[in-house]
Design a protein around this ligand. Structure first.
Ligand code: FES
Length: 96
């Protein structure tokens, strides 16, 4: 029911600081909030689906954020779009 209503999550100026990926707790969920290159807000699971690394320490890149542990990259919809250790042409990221 509460997901139908607006909730304050973070201050806008927090996203313009030196650490632009902000940890957010909403309705018991641990999330990471940042702005993408189009200035749109992105809210995603704080823990990487691979080994649970904290995405708040991730690196913002064009088109999304890269996990600080093994470098998987996720777009604004949470889809994995790159896995640096996978062989060229691998489609494994499409299933994540
Ligand atoms: S924990 Fe994120 S890529 Fe491995």
């Amino acid at each position: 029911l509460l997901r139908q209503y607006w909730m304050p999550a973070a201050l806008s100026e927090e996203l313009d600081s030196d650490r632009p990926v902000v940890p957010v707790n909403l309705l018991g969920e641990e999330l990471a909030l940042f702005r993408n290159e189009d200035d749109k807000l992105v809210l995603m699971d704080r823990h990487c689906p691979h080994r649970g690394a904290d995405m708040c320490f991730g690196r913002k890149e064009e088109g999304g954020i890269r996990c600080p542990f093994h470098g998987w990259k996720f777009d604004a919809q949470g889809q994995c779009v790159d896995q640096p250790a996978e062989p060229e042409g691998s489609k494994m990221h499409e299933k994540i």
